[in-house]
Design a protein around this ligand. Structure first.
Ligand SMILES: [Zn+2]
Length: 321
């Protein structure tokens, strides 16, 4: 081999080597690029999970309704601390805005109401919303068991004790954001008593109906309308066998008059998971579930957690069966 050919060969070799190097580099770059993309996607997915956005329930600015109040436009990692009548209020992440979800009491007076926002910088901000008047219908119920209308003295001691337990359950607060604010039906049946009715038992005025009643056959399953943690179970004078679910951020739901309780305190439940069976324990005229939905320790209309009314949802379910 001459020196000339040797030189050509080695330069050819070098040329091929360069091409291979370039190709390798390109493959490496593509690999790095795709890995970065994957990392970005993974980061986006996890950070989205950490700052998951939740749609609020429907707003209805009446007693027993819900106010959805924008709190701050600037998105900060720290959730603003919001209170209404000295009670902590649910704050949800709406992508570019924080908003407070406020339960309005059935006893709330129409007019302007104030929310207090304690900012991270120590400043206090006040936001207002206006409550419109609403007159709920009256309902007269006749109970054969007169003891459930005018309880005995020994019953009153039990009722007083239970009232405290029930109130403390509704006051529960966990920072966890509810996994769902759009509910599924807790039971299939007929809406037998709507929310907010002004009630009279054997012609005597009692507290308004702070939940809804769904009549269903004894033994029908009761399912969690949203994920959460079993907060309390028990048997109460008026409410019978009951279950409380804590969904987080002050959202607590209660199921009463159950025949059987199938969950334990501390148990985590998913949306649609069975928690017990329909019964007629406590103050009832027939088998049904009394269902209460509470936010900031205020019982609100459960209809607001459905895109349509509960009655429509129940009718649709009945048609499917
Ligand atoms: Zn009821």
């Amino acid at each position: 081999m001459t020196k000339q050919t040797e030189h050509t060969l080695s330069s050819k070799h070098l040329f091929i080597q360069k091409i291979i190097q370039k190709k390798c580099m390109r493959i490496f770059c593509m690999h790095v690029f795709s890995m970065s993309c994957l990392a970005i996607l993974l980061f986006a997915a996890t950070s989205h999970n950490a700052l998951a956005t939740t749609d609020p329930p429907r707003e209805n600015l009446v007693p027993g309704g819900i106010a959805v109040v924008p709190i701050s436009k600037v998105h900060t990692i720290l959730t603003p601390h919001v209170t209404y009548n000295n009670r902590r209020v649910m704050v949800l992440d709406g992508k570019f805005i924080w908003y407070a979800v406020v339960g309005i009491s059935l006893a709330a007076k129409p007019g302007q109401h104030e929310l207090r926002i304690d900012r991270a910088d120590g400043k206090i901000k006040i936001k207002t919303f206006t409550v419109k008047p609403k007159k709920y219908e009256a309902q007269h119920i006749t109970l054969k068991d007169k003891r459930k209308v005018n309880p005995y003295k020994k019953d009153l001691t039990r009722i007083k004790k239970e009232k405290k337990l029930i109130s403390s359950a509704f006051q529960s607060w966990r920072n966890d954001v509810p996994s769902e604010t759009l509910f599924t039906l807790p039971v299939e049946g007929r809406l037998s008593s709507p929310f907010g009715l002004r009630r009279f038992f054997n012609k005597q005025a009692r507290k308004p109906h702070s939940g809804i009643d769904i009549a269903a056959p004894k033994g029908a399953p009761i399912k969690a309308p949203a994920g959460g943690e079993i907060l309390r179970t028990g048997n109460y004078f008026f409410n019978g066998n009951s279950v409380f679910i804590d969904h987080g951020q002050g959202l607590v739901t209660m199921y009463c008059h159950m025949d059987k309780i199938d969950v334990k305190v501390g148990q985590q439940v998913k949306q649609g998971e069975a928690i017990g069976k329909v019964g007629m324990t406590g103050r009832v005229t027939g088998p049904h579930v009394h269902w209460s939905v509470s936010i900031n320790d205020t019982r609100v209309d459960p209809n607001l957690f459905f895109p349509e009314t509960i009655e429509t949802a129940l009718a649709k379910k009945a048609k499917l069966n």
